[in-house]
Design a protein around this ligand. Structure first.
Ligand code: ATP
Ligand code: LTN
Length: 333
């Protein structure tokens, strides 16, 4: 049985990085069809680990659901649901905390980064976030987890926890494999190409948002930080800005980086940037057109998410009961 599991946090407007590093990959996997179950969720329990506005979160949950569908996920091929509506996620997250060590959680890069940015204090759930994520994955006995590069360390922890659980309580979980794309797994900020493009970057022009209009996209790409040597060549170390734009264009069009280098070898940065912007516009406009009509059909979206939660709960409860039995909590009836 092959199960794919993945999720994204509804923590704000999604970026081109989220699309190229994650959602595009989900859609490709769905279309290949080599799986028995494909669980895709909206990780709202993860979004409350940093400070947030409840009304905004509610809005973002629906928006992310509509966006998944607008990007090409098909509710008949994947199980789409909201994480908090399947209570087993919170429950397994708590149970797994008993085998996760504080030291290994404190070493997580994302924790160290996000901890610095908190103004109201650091919540304990920010520390235990990767344990909840391991629970999300193990609850469905996932064999494969498509994510962007920044989630690799969390995936490694999920594998460690699965092995630890199996050794301690007996064979229970599959050891999940991360699935990270070679090109596009880390799209960089347009203003600081040594940093990842992130939806929580306060600098608006550092990221292309999936709902940016054509002119905004053109302006943001035109002002993207590059270098002064005038060559359109992929060199991550010495030319991070141009390399990032080459990666973006390659992912948007399907043309290889080598072929783009050849095609633009006699062009200036201005012309190259114009072509990059057009490739993004061609990709995003059809998604934006579908998105609004899906978001506005409240009844249909609710039905998809209700059905998804019901199906996910069925699988999740089977695993959770087994986990509790193995751990010795509750009674055997
Ligand atoms: P935040 O800034 O709130 O942490 P984020 O933009 O980093 O958000 P996540 O919700 O953490 O996004 O990520 C959702 C998915 O998108 C994950 O699989 C993640 O690896 C992927 N992803 C996020 N940013 C990028 C990026 N810049 N390039 C490629 N993939 C990315
Ligand atoms: N932490 C992930 C979102 C996430 C996830 C998961 C991804 C939560 N649970 C399980 C894959 C599998 C992020 O992108 N920030």
């Amino acid at each position: 049985m092959k199960t794919i599991v993945t999720g994204i946090q509804p923590s704000g407007r999604l970026t081109l990085g989220n699309y190229l590093g994650a959602i595009k990959n989900f859609v490709e996997l769905q279309n290949k069809g080599e799986y028995d179950e494909f669980m895709v969720f909206i990780a709202d329990l993860h979004a409350i680990t940093v400070s947030y506005q409840p009304t905004e979160l509610r809005k973002h949950i629906r928006e992310l659901a509509a966006l998944y569908l607008a990007c090409g996920l098909d509710e008949n091929k994947v199980t789409l649901f909201v994480q908090s509506e399947v209570h087993q996620h919170a429950e397994i997250g708590y149970l797994l905390q008993s085998i996760a060590y504080i030291g290994e959680l404190e070493r997580m890069t994302q924790y160290k980064d996000k901890k610095q940015k908190q103004v109201e204090g650091v919540s304990s759930s920010l520390l235990t976030y990767p344990v909840l994520m391991a629970g999300d994955i193990l609850l469905y006995n996932a064999s494969c987890v498509p994510v962007g590069l920044d989630q690799k360390q969390h995936l490694e922890l999920a594998r460690t926890l699965a092995e630890r659980f199996n050794n301690k309580f007996g064979e229970t979980f599959n050891i999940p494999e991360p699935l990270i794309k070679k090109v596009g797994a880390k799209i960089m900020s347009l203003q600081d190409p040594t940093k990842k493009m992130s939806k929580s970057d306060p600098l608006e022009k550092a990221a292309i948002y999936l709902d940016d209009d054509e002119n905004t996209i053109r302006k943001k790409i035109a002002s993207a930080v590059t270098d002064s040597d005038g060559l359109i060549k992929y060199d991550e170390k010495n030319k991070p800005g141009i390399s990032n734009l080459l990666t973006i264009m390659s992912c948007c069009t399907g043309e290889s980086i080598a072929s783009l280098e050849e095609r633009f070898k006699n062009s200036g940065y201005g012309d190259f940037k114009k072509a990059v912007a057009e490739s993004i516009i061609n990709l995003l406009i059809p998604i934006q057109q579908k998105y609004l009509s899906i978001l506005n059909d409240k009844e249909k979206l609710d039905k998809i998410l209700d059905d998804g939660a019901m199906k996910a709960s069925y699988f999740a409860q089977k695993t959770l009961s087994k986990v509790k039995r193995k751990m010795g909590v509750g009674r055997v009836k």
